[in-house]
Design a protein around this ligand. Sequence first.
Ligand SMILES: Cc1cc2nc3c(=O)[nH]c(=O)nc-3n(C[C@H](O)[C@H](O)[C@H](O)COP(=O)(O)O)c2cc1C
Length: 295
Amino acid sequence: LSNSSDLFAVLKARHSCRNFDSRPIRPEILRKLIYAAHRASTAGNVPYRFIIVVNDPIKLKMLRLVSPGYSGDSSAAIVVCTNLRVEREITKVDTDRCSAYDAGAAAENVVLAAYAMGLGALFIKSYSETAVKKLLDLPEECRTDLIIPLGYPARDESTPVRARTGGKITYLNKYGAQWKNSENVAVTPGKVETAEESTLKDGIFTLALFLVTSARGCVKEPHVYGPVRLLDAVCRLADLYSKIDAPVADDFLVAAKQKIMENDNKSMVSEDDFVKFIDDLVIQFTDELIRRHGK
Ligand SMILES: Cc1cc2nc3c(=O)[nH]c(=O)nc-3n(C[C@H](O)[C@H](O)[C@H](O)COP(=O)(O)O)c2cc1C
């Protein structure tokens, strides 16, 4: 990115705008807001998030009337929603509220994009879920996460009024250790080689730790993360050879690691391609097994 100062100008300008004038939002501006929403990350790349753009004045008014926290006549609104059935079907498990975080990420993208284009916006959560679902014809299997009213600010709010100051709590490295802006913290570039990983024994311990924490993750995370973690463990196993004093590198394992790393995004893009990749890998391992048995 050539100019990060633009982003920081937008971050500075952003506030909750609750007073809009009646200027409509042009379609090309709406399209950019939609783009911003969909550019936000989603946990596991699971497609359960969707948005509804509301620009019908009557519908907007009705939305406002069922939302005690919705002040100001906005020209449009974007409602960020989650399809709970898709969430359940793909992840198979309770994803620890990830879909709600995903909605927040999309909503923040919309708000920042809005401010970048001279609009005002805010998050609204004080509304009747039942009423909003009915107004938007949302099926039972869907949930609304946030409403974002959008419009041109009715007045210059370059110095936004904030109900409360504070809330800027930052600690350094552990809870309670206050971050001071005067802090001169060096950021260590790249990979840090720590003492625990320098010997074979420590490398094996680190791998065991990875497996134990992954095992816990597999209980709650999307099921596809299980094979991802196991393949990651194969790569880590291959790396352990570098820790043996007299290297007896296993070329097959090193090559397998290379293939796994080259294909590591498949699990997030297409489950079918990912399964095919694992099947191919299993065949290569089986061929190697046969070769090693001299058959
Ligand atoms: C999850 C969430 C829900 C919110 N819901 C409402 C709401 O229903 N009505 C409202 O006026 N503001 C709502 N806000 C805006 C907050 O009140 C506002 O962000 C906060 O007071 C800080 O002010 P600022 O956004 O101008 O920095 C919400 C904010 C968040 C993050």
